[in-house]
Unconditional design. Sequence first.
Length: 528
Amino acid sequence: MAGEAGEAWARTRALAVLRMRGAALGVVLLPAAVAVVLHVASLTGRVGGPGWDGVRWGVTGAALVVLAVAAAIAAVIVRARPAVSPAVPVSRTAAPDLHRMVADLAETLQVPVPSGIELTPDCDSWLEDRRPGPGAAERRPAPVLVIGSPFLWWMRVAELRALLAPVVAGTGAAADPEIYAARRFVRGLDAAVGVAAQGRLRHSVLLRPAFGVLGWAARLLLRGCGAHVAEMERGVAAGASERAQAVDYGLRIVAQEQVGLAYAGWDRLLTRVALPAWRMGRWPSRLDAGVVSALTELSRRDRLADGFESRLGERPACDLLEEPGLVDESVSLLAARLFHGGPRAAGPDWAPVSWARYPDEVVDRIWRAEAARLIRVLDEVRPAVPALAPSGGGRGLLLDEPGAATLSRVIDRLAAGGSEELAARIGAIVAQEQPLPGAEVYELCPPRTGRELLAEHVTAAVCCAAVDTAGAGAGLDWLDGPTLVVDGSRRGDLAWPVVRLVEAGDPAPLRAWLSALGVRPNQPLHLP
Protein backbone atom coordinates (compact mmCIF):
# COMPACT_ATOMS: atom_id res chain seq x y z
CA MET A 1 0.00 0.00 0.00
CA ALA A 2 1.19 3.51 -0.77
CA GLY A 3 2.78 5.17 2.23
CA GLU A 4 3.71 1.94 4.06
CA ALA A 5 7.46 2.34 3.55
CA GLY A 6 7.64 5.80 5.04
CA GLU A 7 5.33 4.94 7.91
CA ALA A 8 7.30 1.77 8.66
CA TRP A 9 10.49 3.80 8.88
CA ALA A 10 8.77 6.33 11.12
CA ARG A 11 7.55 3.51 13.37
CA THR A 12 11.09 2.15 13.59
CA ARG A 13 12.43 5.54 14.69
CA ALA A 14 9.56 5.88 17.16
CA LEU A 15 10.53 2.56 18.73
CA ALA A 16 14.10 3.85 19.05
CA VAL A 17 12.78 6.85 20.99
CA LEU A 18 10.74 4.57 23.22
CA ARG A 19 13.80 2.37 23.82
CA MET A 20 15.67 5.46 24.91
CA ARG A 21 12.80 6.22 27.28
CA GLY A 22 13.10 2.70 28.67
CA ALA A 23 16.88 3.06 29.02
CA ALA A 24 16.40 6.31 30.92
CA LEU A 25 13.96 4.55 33.24
CA GLY A 26 16.52 1.78 33.77
CA VAL A 27 19.20 4.32 34.69
CA VAL A 28 16.83 5.95 37.16
CA LEU A 29 16.01 2.64 38.83
CA LEU A 30 19.61 1.40 38.96
CA PRO A 31 20.63 3.25 42.19
CA ALA A 32 17.43 2.06 43.86
CA ALA A 33 18.13 -1.51 42.80
CA VAL A 34 21.67 -1.32 44.19
CA ALA A 35 20.32 0.11 47.47
CA VAL A 36 17.81 -2.75 47.73
CA VAL A 37 20.54 -5.30 47.13
CA LEU A 38 22.72 -3.73 49.84
CA HIS A 39 19.86 -3.67 52.36
CA VAL A 40 18.96 -7.30 51.63
CA ALA A 41 22.59 -8.30 51.97
CA SER A 42 22.83 -6.49 55.30
CA LEU A 43 19.67 -8.16 56.62
CA THR A 44 20.90 -11.61 55.62
CA GLY A 45 24.30 -11.02 57.16
CA ARG A 46 26.25 -11.32 53.94
CA VAL A 47 27.81 -7.84 54.44
CA GLY A 48 28.19 -5.75 57.56
CA GLY A 49 30.34 -3.35 59.51
CA PRO A 50 30.49 0.45 59.81
CA GLY A 51 31.99 0.84 56.35
CA TRP A 52 29.23 -1.06 54.62
CA ASP A 53 26.58 0.82 56.58
CA GLY A 54 27.90 4.13 55.28
CA VAL A 55 27.95 2.81 51.72
CA ARG A 56 24.43 1.38 52.07
CA TRP A 57 22.90 4.60 53.35
CA GLY A 58 24.88 6.74 50.90
CA VAL A 59 23.57 4.72 47.96
CA THR A 60 20.08 4.88 49.46
CA GLY A 61 20.25 8.68 49.70
CA ALA A 62 21.50 8.97 46.12
CA ALA A 63 18.73 6.66 44.94
CA LEU A 64 16.10 8.79 46.67
CA VAL A 65 17.45 11.98 45.02
CA VAL A 66 17.47 10.34 41.59
CA LEU A 67 13.95 9.01 42.10
CA ALA A 68 12.74 12.44 43.22
CA VAL A 69 14.15 14.13 40.10
CA ALA A 70 12.76 11.37 37.89
CA ALA A 71 9.37 11.66 39.55
CA ALA A 72 9.35 15.42 38.92
CA ILE A 73 10.21 14.92 35.24
CA ALA A 74 7.63 12.14 34.94
CA ALA A 75 4.95 14.32 36.55
CA VAL A 76 5.64 17.13 34.06
CA ILE A 77 5.57 14.69 31.14
CA VAL A 78 2.31 13.10 32.30
CA ARG A 79 0.65 16.48 32.85
CA ALA A 80 1.93 17.91 29.55
CA ARG A 81 -0.75 18.99 27.11
CA PRO A 82 -0.30 19.56 23.38
CA ALA A 83 0.59 23.10 22.37
CA VAL A 84 -2.64 24.47 20.91
CA SER A 85 -2.34 26.92 18.04
CA PRO A 86 -4.89 29.76 18.06
CA ALA A 87 -7.62 28.81 15.61
CA VAL A 88 -11.35 29.09 14.96
CA PRO A 89 -13.24 25.77 15.24
CA VAL A 90 -15.54 24.93 12.34
CA SER A 91 -18.27 22.54 13.44
CA ARG A 92 -19.95 20.00 11.20
CA THR A 93 -23.18 22.02 11.21
CA ALA A 94 -21.30 25.20 10.21
CA ALA A 95 -19.58 23.50 7.27
CA PRO A 96 -21.14 20.14 6.35
CA ASP A 97 -19.74 20.23 2.81
CA LEU A 98 -16.21 20.90 4.07
CA HIS A 99 -16.40 18.06 6.59
CA ARG A 100 -17.85 15.79 3.92
CA MET A 101 -15.01 16.62 1.53
CA VAL A 102 -12.36 15.92 4.19
CA ALA A 103 -14.08 12.65 5.19
CA ASP A 104 -14.22 11.54 1.55
CA LEU A 105 -10.56 12.43 1.15
CA ALA A 106 -9.63 10.38 4.23
CA GLU A 107 -11.62 7.42 2.93
CA THR A 108 -9.85 7.64 -0.42
CA LEU A 109 -6.48 7.74 1.33
CA GLN A 110 -7.52 4.92 3.72
CA VAL A 111 -6.64 6.90 6.85
CA PRO A 112 -8.69 7.98 9.91
CA VAL A 113 -10.89 11.04 9.45
CA PRO A 114 -9.59 14.13 11.35
CA SER A 115 -11.48 14.60 14.59
CA GLY A 116 -12.24 18.24 13.79
CA ILE A 117 -11.51 21.16 11.46
CA GLU A 118 -10.22 24.58 12.50
CA LEU A 119 -9.19 27.69 10.60
CA THR A 120 -6.15 29.82 11.33
CA PRO A 121 -5.17 33.25 9.97
CA ASP A 122 -2.10 31.90 8.23
CA CYS A 123 -1.09 30.48 4.85
CA ASP A 124 -0.37 26.95 6.04
CA SER A 125 -2.20 23.74 6.94
CA TRP A 126 -1.28 21.02 9.40
CA LEU A 127 -2.51 18.35 11.81
CA GLU A 128 -2.59 19.21 15.50
CA ASP A 129 -2.99 16.88 18.45
CA ARG A 130 -5.83 17.68 20.83
CA ARG A 131 -5.67 14.47 22.90
CA PRO A 132 -6.05 15.19 26.61
CA GLY A 133 -3.29 13.22 28.29
CA PRO A 134 -3.38 9.87 30.15
CA GLY A 135 -5.77 7.29 28.77
CA ALA A 136 -5.92 8.87 25.34
CA ALA A 137 -3.24 6.56 23.98
CA GLU A 138 -5.66 3.66 24.20
CA ARG A 139 -8.40 5.54 22.35
CA ARG A 140 -6.02 7.13 19.84
CA PRO A 141 -8.49 9.61 18.30
CA ALA A 142 -7.41 11.35 15.12
CA PRO A 143 -5.86 14.86 15.33
CA VAL A 144 -7.53 18.09 14.27
CA LEU A 145 -7.05 19.44 10.76
CA VAL A 146 -6.00 23.11 10.85
CA ILE A 147 -6.45 24.97 7.54
CA GLY A 148 -5.12 28.39 6.62
CA SER A 149 -8.18 30.58 6.14
CA PRO A 150 -6.83 32.48 3.06
CA PHE A 151 -6.81 29.15 1.21
CA LEU A 152 -10.57 28.76 1.57
CA TRP A 153 -11.28 32.15 0.04
CA TRP A 154 -8.67 32.19 -2.71
CA MET A 155 -8.52 28.53 -3.75
CA ARG A 156 -11.16 26.66 -5.68
CA VAL A 157 -12.77 23.54 -4.16
CA ALA A 158 -10.77 21.08 -6.24
CA GLU A 159 -7.51 22.92 -5.49
CA LEU A 160 -8.17 22.86 -1.75
CA ARG A 161 -8.90 19.14 -1.85
CA ALA A 162 -5.64 18.49 -3.67
CA LEU A 163 -3.70 20.72 -1.27
CA LEU A 164 -5.11 18.97 1.81
CA ALA A 165 -4.48 15.43 0.52
CA PRO A 166 -0.93 15.00 1.95
CA VAL A 167 -1.98 16.73 5.17
CA VAL A 168 -4.97 14.47 5.77
CA ALA A 169 -2.82 11.48 4.85
CA GLY A 170 -0.78 12.21 7.98
CA THR A 171 -3.64 11.02 10.21
CA GLY A 172 -2.57 7.47 9.46
CA ALA A 173 0.75 7.88 11.22
CA ALA A 174 -0.76 10.05 13.95
CA ALA A 175 -3.03 7.18 14.98
CA ASP A 176 -0.12 4.71 15.24
CA PRO A 177 0.42 3.86 18.96
CA GLU A 178 4.24 3.85 18.80
CA ILE A 179 4.44 7.15 16.93
CA TYR A 180 1.90 8.70 19.26
CA ALA A 181 3.77 7.51 22.36
CA ALA A 182 7.09 8.82 21.01
CA ARG A 183 5.58 12.21 20.19
CA ARG A 184 3.98 12.42 23.60
CA PHE A 185 7.29 11.61 25.30
CA VAL A 186 9.14 14.32 23.35
CA ARG A 187 6.32 16.80 23.96
CA GLY A 188 6.61 16.09 27.69
CA LEU A 189 10.36 16.70 27.60
CA ASP A 190 9.77 20.03 25.85
CA ALA A 191 7.27 20.93 28.54
CA ALA A 192 9.76 19.97 31.26
CA VAL A 193 12.39 22.29 29.76
CA GLY A 194 9.85 25.12 29.73
CA VAL A 195 8.79 24.47 33.32
CA ALA A 196 12.41 24.46 34.43
CA ALA A 197 13.14 27.76 32.68
CA GLN A 198 10.08 29.44 34.16
CA GLY A 199 10.77 27.98 37.60
CA ARG A 200 14.30 29.39 37.71
CA LEU A 201 12.93 32.85 36.92
CA ARG A 202 9.87 32.91 39.17
CA HIS A 203 10.76 30.86 42.26
CA SER A 204 13.08 31.50 45.16
CA VAL A 205 16.83 30.96 45.10
CA LEU A 206 16.44 27.80 47.19
CA LEU A 207 14.37 26.07 44.47
CA ARG A 208 16.49 27.14 41.52
CA PRO A 209 18.95 24.22 41.78
CA ALA A 210 16.05 21.76 41.62
CA PHE A 211 14.67 23.41 38.49
CA GLY A 212 18.19 23.48 37.07
CA VAL A 213 18.53 19.72 37.48
CA LEU A 214 15.09 19.22 35.96
CA GLY A 215 16.01 21.27 32.90
CA TRP A 216 19.40 19.58 32.52
CA ALA A 217 17.89 16.09 32.59
CA ALA A 218 15.13 16.98 30.11
CA ARG A 219 17.58 18.63 27.69
CA LEU A 220 19.90 15.63 27.95
CA LEU A 221 17.10 13.28 26.93
CA LEU A 222 16.00 15.61 24.14
CA ARG A 223 19.51 15.69 22.70
CA GLY A 224 19.70 11.93 22.91
CA CYS A 225 16.50 11.29 20.96
CA GLY A 226 16.61 14.36 18.69
CA ALA A 227 18.02 12.53 15.66
CA HIS A 228 15.47 9.71 15.99
CA VAL A 229 12.60 12.20 16.27
CA ALA A 230 13.75 14.08 13.17
CA GLU A 231 13.95 10.83 11.19
CA MET A 232 10.55 9.77 12.52
CA GLU A 233 8.91 12.99 11.32
CA ARG A 234 10.64 12.69 7.94
CA GLY A 235 9.23 9.19 7.65
CA VAL A 236 5.76 10.43 8.56
CA ALA A 237 5.95 13.17 5.94
CA ALA A 238 7.28 10.77 3.31
CA GLY A 239 4.54 8.25 4.08
CA ALA A 240 1.83 10.91 3.84
CA SER A 241 3.26 12.16 0.55
CA GLU A 242 3.35 8.63 -0.83
CA ARG A 243 -0.26 8.03 0.16
CA ALA A 244 -1.37 11.23 -1.53
CA GLN A 245 0.47 10.64 -4.81
CA ALA A 246 -2.55 9.10 -6.51
CA VAL A 247 -5.02 11.76 -5.33
CA ASP A 248 -5.44 14.80 -7.58
CA TYR A 249 -1.72 14.91 -8.39
CA GLY A 250 -2.00 17.37 -11.27
CA LEU A 251 -4.24 19.71 -9.31
CA ARG A 252 -1.83 19.60 -6.37
CA ILE A 253 0.88 21.19 -8.51
CA VAL A 254 -1.50 24.02 -9.42
CA ALA A 255 -2.56 24.35 -5.78
CA GLN A 256 1.05 24.68 -4.64
CA GLU A 257 1.46 27.59 -7.05
CA GLN A 258 -1.55 29.22 -5.44
CA VAL A 259 0.00 28.82 -1.98
CA GLY A 260 2.85 31.17 -2.86
CA LEU A 261 0.49 33.68 -4.43
CA ALA A 262 -1.88 33.54 -1.46
CA TYR A 263 0.99 34.05 0.97
CA ALA A 264 2.19 37.13 -0.92
CA GLY A 265 -1.28 38.67 -1.02
CA TRP A 266 -2.00 37.83 2.62
CA ASP A 267 1.26 39.35 3.81
CA ARG A 268 0.65 42.50 1.76
CA LEU A 269 -2.91 42.79 3.06
CA LEU A 270 -1.83 42.46 6.69
CA THR A 271 1.06 44.91 6.55
CA ARG A 272 -0.40 47.56 4.21
CA VAL A 273 -4.12 47.40 5.00
CA ALA A 274 -4.86 45.65 8.30
CA LEU A 275 -1.98 47.04 10.35
CA PRO A 276 -2.91 50.74 9.83
CA ALA A 277 -6.47 49.92 10.89
CA TRP A 278 -5.33 48.03 13.99
CA ARG A 279 -3.20 50.99 15.01
CA MET A 280 -6.31 53.19 14.81
CA GLY A 281 -8.37 50.82 16.98
CA ARG A 282 -10.29 49.25 14.09
CA TRP A 283 -10.09 45.66 12.88
CA PRO A 284 -11.20 44.86 9.31
CA SER A 285 -13.92 42.25 9.68
CA ARG A 286 -13.46 40.58 6.27
CA LEU A 287 -9.75 39.95 5.89
CA ASP A 288 -10.19 36.72 3.93
CA ALA A 289 -12.54 38.40 1.47
CA GLY A 290 -9.99 41.20 1.25
CA VAL A 291 -7.22 38.82 0.25
CA VAL A 292 -9.30 37.79 -2.78
CA SER A 293 -9.54 41.44 -3.82
CA ALA A 294 -5.82 41.93 -3.21
CA LEU A 295 -4.85 38.89 -5.28
CA THR A 296 -7.29 39.81 -8.02
CA GLU A 297 -5.65 43.24 -8.16
CA LEU A 298 -2.23 41.59 -8.23
CA SER A 299 -3.28 39.41 -11.15
CA ARG A 300 -4.20 42.57 -13.06
CA ARG A 301 -0.84 44.26 -12.38
CA ASP A 302 1.64 41.39 -12.43
CA ARG A 303 2.32 39.34 -15.53
CA LEU A 304 3.56 36.49 -13.35
CA ALA A 305 0.01 36.15 -12.04
CA ASP A 306 -1.49 36.25 -15.52
CA GLY A 307 -4.30 33.74 -15.89
CA PHE A 308 -5.05 33.35 -12.19
CA GLU A 309 -8.00 35.73 -12.42
CA SER A 310 -9.75 33.35 -14.80
CA ARG A 311 -9.92 30.79 -11.99
CA LEU A 312 -12.35 33.02 -10.12
CA GLY A 313 -15.19 31.70 -12.28
CA GLU A 314 -14.89 28.30 -10.57
CA ARG A 315 -16.51 27.52 -7.21
CA PRO A 316 -14.45 28.99 -4.32
CA ALA A 317 -13.67 26.76 -1.37
CA CYS A 318 -15.38 29.19 1.02
CA ASP A 319 -18.67 27.99 -0.48
CA LEU A 320 -18.11 24.86 1.61
CA LEU A 321 -19.02 26.99 4.65
CA GLU A 322 -22.64 27.65 5.55
CA GLU A 323 -21.98 31.26 6.63
CA PRO A 324 -18.59 32.33 5.28
CA GLY A 325 -19.09 35.93 6.43
CA LEU A 326 -19.38 34.97 10.09
CA VAL A 327 -16.37 32.65 9.85
CA ASP A 328 -14.34 35.36 8.14
CA GLU A 329 -15.24 37.78 10.93
CA SER A 330 -14.09 35.32 13.62
CA VAL A 331 -10.80 34.64 11.83
CA SER A 332 -10.25 38.37 11.25
CA LEU A 333 -10.66 39.12 14.95
CA LEU A 334 -8.25 36.30 15.80
CA ALA A 335 -5.73 37.76 13.34
CA ALA A 336 -5.98 41.15 15.05
CA ARG A 337 -5.35 39.55 18.43
CA LEU A 338 -2.42 37.48 17.17
CA PHE A 339 -0.62 40.05 15.07
CA HIS A 340 -1.36 43.23 17.00
CA GLY A 341 -2.55 42.34 20.47
CA GLY A 342 -6.27 42.94 20.04
CA PRO A 343 -8.39 45.06 22.41
CA ARG A 344 -5.63 45.27 25.00
CA ALA A 345 -3.41 47.11 22.52
CA ALA A 346 -6.12 49.24 20.92
CA GLY A 347 -8.03 50.52 23.93
CA PRO A 348 -11.76 50.82 24.59
CA ASP A 349 -12.61 52.07 21.09
CA TRP A 350 -11.60 48.76 19.46
CA ALA A 351 -14.32 48.00 16.90
CA PRO A 352 -14.81 46.18 13.59
CA VAL A 353 -14.84 48.05 10.29
CA SER A 354 -16.19 46.97 6.92
CA TRP A 355 -14.30 47.51 3.69
CA ALA A 356 -16.93 50.04 2.60
CA ARG A 357 -16.30 52.14 5.72
CA TYR A 358 -12.52 51.64 5.71
CA PRO A 359 -11.63 54.88 3.82
CA ASP A 360 -13.67 57.09 6.17
CA GLU A 361 -13.09 55.29 9.48
CA VAL A 362 -9.45 54.38 8.96
CA VAL A 363 -7.72 56.25 6.13
CA ASP A 364 -9.17 59.70 6.76
CA ARG A 365 -8.74 59.33 10.54
CA ILE A 366 -5.10 58.32 10.08
CA TRP A 367 -4.41 61.37 7.93
CA ARG A 368 -6.12 63.76 10.34
CA ALA A 369 -4.37 62.28 13.39
CA GLU A 370 -0.93 62.37 11.78
CA ALA A 371 -1.40 65.89 10.42
CA ALA A 372 -2.45 67.09 13.88
CA ARG A 373 0.59 65.41 15.42
CA LEU A 374 2.85 67.09 12.87
CA ILE A 375 1.40 70.53 13.68
CA ARG A 376 1.97 69.92 17.40
CA VAL A 377 5.58 68.99 16.71
CA LEU A 378 6.07 72.17 14.69
CA ASP A 379 4.92 74.10 17.76
CA GLU A 380 7.31 72.19 20.05
CA VAL A 381 10.48 72.25 17.91
CA ARG A 382 12.05 75.66 17.35
CA PRO A 383 12.57 76.68 13.69
CA ALA A 384 16.00 76.13 12.21
CA VAL A 385 16.23 79.86 11.29
CA PRO A 386 14.93 82.95 13.13
CA ALA A 387 11.27 83.76 12.60
CA LEU A 388 10.32 87.04 10.92
CA ALA A 389 7.14 88.79 12.08
CA PRO A 390 6.26 90.73 8.91
CA SER A 391 5.81 88.73 5.74
CA GLY A 392 8.11 89.13 2.77
CA GLY A 393 11.44 89.21 4.74
CA GLY A 394 14.88 88.53 3.41
CA ARG A 395 15.99 85.15 2.10
CA GLY A 396 16.87 82.62 4.84
CA LEU A 397 14.37 84.00 7.36
CA LEU A 398 11.22 82.02 8.16
CA LEU A 399 7.70 83.21 8.81
CA ASP A 400 6.36 80.64 11.29
CA GLU A 401 3.11 81.24 13.09
CA PRO A 402 2.74 78.91 16.10
CA GLY A 403 -0.51 76.99 16.07
CA ALA A 404 -1.22 77.56 12.37
CA ALA A 405 -2.63 74.30 10.94
CA THR A 406 -1.81 74.87 7.29
CA LEU A 407 0.13 72.86 4.74
CA SER A 408 2.09 75.99 3.77
CA ARG A 409 3.55 76.16 7.27
CA VAL A 410 4.70 72.52 7.02
CA ILE A 411 6.35 73.06 3.64
CA ASP A 412 8.07 76.29 4.72
CA ARG A 413 9.50 74.73 7.89
CA LEU A 414 10.93 71.72 6.06
CA ALA A 415 12.29 73.91 3.27
CA ALA A 416 14.13 75.99 5.91
CA GLY A 417 15.90 72.88 7.28
CA GLY A 418 15.80 71.12 10.62
CA SER A 419 14.03 67.95 9.44
CA GLU A 420 16.28 65.86 11.71
CA GLU A 421 14.85 67.45 14.85
CA LEU A 422 11.30 67.10 13.59
CA ALA A 423 11.86 63.46 12.66
CA ALA A 424 13.38 62.66 16.05
CA ARG A 425 10.49 64.27 17.92
CA ILE A 426 7.83 62.51 15.84
CA GLY A 427 9.63 59.21 16.33
CA ALA A 428 9.62 59.69 20.09
CA ILE A 429 5.92 60.58 20.19
CA VAL A 430 4.92 57.61 18.03
CA ALA A 431 6.98 55.27 20.22
CA GLN A 432 5.01 56.51 23.25
CA GLU A 433 1.60 56.34 21.62
CA GLN A 434 2.17 53.07 19.73
CA PRO A 435 4.45 50.90 21.89
CA LEU A 436 5.82 47.73 20.40
CA PRO A 437 3.59 44.71 21.07
CA GLY A 438 4.57 42.15 23.67
CA ALA A 439 6.57 39.00 23.05
CA GLU A 440 3.39 36.98 22.45
CA VAL A 441 2.40 39.19 19.50
CA TYR A 442 3.96 38.83 16.08
CA GLU A 443 5.77 41.84 14.67
CA LEU A 444 4.53 42.24 11.10
CA CYS A 445 7.03 44.82 9.91
CA PRO A 446 10.21 46.41 11.27
CA PRO A 447 9.99 49.67 13.25
CA ARG A 448 9.89 52.79 11.08
CA THR A 449 12.70 55.33 11.26
CA GLY A 450 12.12 58.93 12.24
CA ARG A 451 12.51 60.14 8.67
CA GLU A 452 10.04 57.56 7.40
CA LEU A 453 7.55 58.69 10.03
CA LEU A 454 8.12 62.34 9.13
CA ALA A 455 7.48 61.58 5.45
CA GLU A 456 4.26 59.73 6.41
CA HIS A 457 3.09 62.70 8.46
CA VAL A 458 3.85 65.18 5.67
CA THR A 459 1.99 62.92 3.22
CA ALA A 460 -0.97 62.88 5.63
CA ALA A 461 -1.00 66.68 5.77
CA VAL A 462 -0.90 66.89 1.97
CA CYS A 463 -3.80 64.41 1.69
CA CYS A 464 -5.85 66.36 4.23
CA ALA A 465 -5.30 69.55 2.25
CA ALA A 466 -6.28 67.78 -0.98
CA VAL A 467 -9.48 66.46 0.60
CA ASP A 468 -10.37 69.79 2.22
CA THR A 469 -9.62 72.12 -0.68
CA ALA A 470 -9.48 70.14 -3.94
CA GLY A 471 -12.36 67.66 -3.71
CA ALA A 472 -10.12 64.61 -3.32
CA GLY A 473 -11.09 61.65 -1.14
CA ALA A 474 -9.66 58.87 0.99
CA GLY A 475 -9.40 55.52 -0.71
CA LEU A 476 -8.05 51.99 -0.32
CA ASP A 477 -5.52 50.27 -2.53
CA TRP A 478 -5.69 46.52 -1.87
CA LEU A 479 -1.93 46.11 -2.29
CA ASP A 480 -0.60 49.46 -1.03
CA GLY A 481 -3.11 50.41 1.65
CA PRO A 482 -4.40 53.98 2.23
CA THR A 483 -4.38 56.07 -0.91
CA LEU A 484 -5.58 59.42 -2.21
CA VAL A 485 -8.38 59.33 -4.78
CA VAL A 486 -8.72 62.24 -7.23
CA ASP A 487 -11.49 62.27 -9.83
CA GLY A 488 -12.17 58.58 -9.22
CA SER A 489 -8.58 57.40 -9.72
CA ARG A 490 -5.84 56.62 -7.23
CA ARG A 491 -2.84 58.93 -7.11
CA GLY A 492 0.41 57.10 -6.55
CA ASP A 493 2.75 59.93 -7.54
CA LEU A 494 2.92 61.76 -4.20
CA ALA A 495 5.76 59.79 -2.58
CA TRP A 496 8.66 61.30 -4.53
CA PRO A 497 7.77 65.02 -4.03
CA VAL A 498 7.34 64.41 -0.29
CA VAL A 499 10.64 62.53 0.02
CA ARG A 500 12.36 65.30 -1.93
CA LEU A 501 11.06 67.85 0.56
CA VAL A 502 11.93 65.79 3.65
CA GLU A 503 15.33 64.55 2.52
CA ALA A 504 16.64 67.54 0.54
CA GLY A 505 14.50 70.45 1.71
CA ASP A 506 13.36 71.06 -1.87
CA PRO A 507 9.69 72.17 -1.97
CA ALA A 508 9.48 72.77 -5.73
CA PRO A 509 8.24 69.28 -6.81
CA LEU A 510 5.57 69.22 -4.10
CA ARG A 511 4.42 72.77 -4.88
CA ALA A 512 4.09 71.81 -8.55
CA TRP A 513 2.10 68.70 -7.58
CA LEU A 514 -0.25 70.75 -5.40
CA SER A 515 -0.73 73.35 -8.09
CA ALA A 516 -1.60 70.71 -10.70
CA LEU A 517 -4.37 69.37 -8.45
CA GLY A 518 -5.64 72.77 -7.39
CA VAL A 519 -4.79 72.25 -3.71
CA ARG A 520 -4.74 75.46 -1.64
CA PRO A 521 -1.98 74.98 0.96
CA ASN A 522 -2.77 78.23 2.81
CA GLN A 523 -6.22 77.03 3.89
CA PRO A 524 -6.49 75.68 7.48
CA LEU A 525 -6.69 71.91 7.75
CA HIS A 526 -9.69 70.26 9.45
CA LEU A 527 -7.94 68.48 12.32
CA PRO A 528 -9.33 66.62 15.34
